[in-house]
Design a protein around this ligand. Structure first.
Ligand code: ATP
Length: 259
């Protein structure tokens, strides 16, 4: 079963006065994938970290199926794959995955772990420690770890940042099918407009900080999404719409003399 996420006047000002998130009201539907895009530093990661319970809001709240993030984390229903893979360096890829399964009180099924390692293209590296992997491989190991507990809510922050183009394409093809099969509610922060549109059911576009929502675009493209979808005219038009919203957000904050 999947879970909805509700943000009620969620706000964050960091110590020192940086207003990273202005009071934000939003609902993310259960079992759907939503991409958050916006200029660098507009507060996207902070929104995810607040939903994950890794930051304390300075106002408002985030609720996952009506419960605070700490509750969802305690039940092992929430998983993260962030830019910084944060794998435990003294554990192998397999042991890193086993650890989260153990913490979540989920059974350790060797075959399922092998399947996940294969899915992210790390076959043969299950017994390797993170130091011996490339940056992109570490990121893929973190994705496998995030998927291992079959979370009801999956938070992905630029998870493909250091992944090479071909693997990225493969992951973009395989992962949504998995989220769909498991009915996972997924929130994805990305700088790639193509990724946002091709992977998601909805794209939220933020303005520069202090961010507000410039556009909330429904992506009504059929699933499963085929490779090369970016070249489909409907998809291309949606990507144009996202780019136009990003530009209009930037223009709003640009000093008049510079326009
Ligand atoms: N721990 C922190 N302490 C103080 N300020 C912070 C902290 N974390 C983030 N910020 C500031 O909050 C703002 C929003 O940061 P955030 O990382 O959420 O943006 P972002 O949209 O995810 O950026 P990017 O796309 O570059 O990853 C930035 O101005 C950043 O400098």
């Amino acid at each position: 079963m999947s879970v909805p996420v509700t943000l009620h006047a969620l706000a964050k000002t960091y110590p020192g006065g940086v207003e990273a998130v202005r009071p934000l009201d939003m609902e993310f539907a259960a079992g759907r994938t939503t991409a958050l895009v916006g200029p660098s530093g507009c507060g996207k990661s902070t929104v995810l970290r607040l939903i994950a319970g890794l930051e304390v809001p300075s106002g408002g709240s985030a609720a996952i199926d009506g419960a605070p993030p700490s509750e969802t984390t305690r039940r092992g229903d929430l998983a993260l794959a962030f830019q910084d893979p944060s794998l435990l360096p003294w554990r192998t890829v397999r042991q890193n995955i086993e650890l989260v399964l153990g913490l979540a009180g989920r059974p350790l099924r060797r075959r399922e772990i092998d399947d996940l390692i294969r899915l992210v293209g790390l076959e043969g590296f299950g017994d390797t420690r993170p130091a011996a992997l490339s940056g992109g491989m570490r990121q893929r190991a973190a994705i496998a770890r995030a998927l291992a507990t079959a979370p009801r809510l999956l938070l992905l922050d630029e998870p493909f940042g250091a992944v090479d183009a071909l693997t990225r394409q493969q992951l973009a093809q395989d992962l949504p099918a998995l989220w769909e099969a498991r009915n996972t509610t997924t929130l994805l922060v990305t700088h790639s407009v193509a990724e946002a549109v091709t992977l998601s059911d909805r794209v939220i576009v933020f303005s520069p900080r202090p961010a507000h929502v410039v556009a909330d675009i429904a992506i009504d493209l059929p699933r499963p999404r085929a490779p090369g979808l970016e070249r489909n005219p409907v998809c291309a038009a949606l990507m144009d719409e996202v780019v136009a919203a990003l530009s209009s957000g930037m223009a709003e904050t640009r000093p008049r003399a510079a326009q």
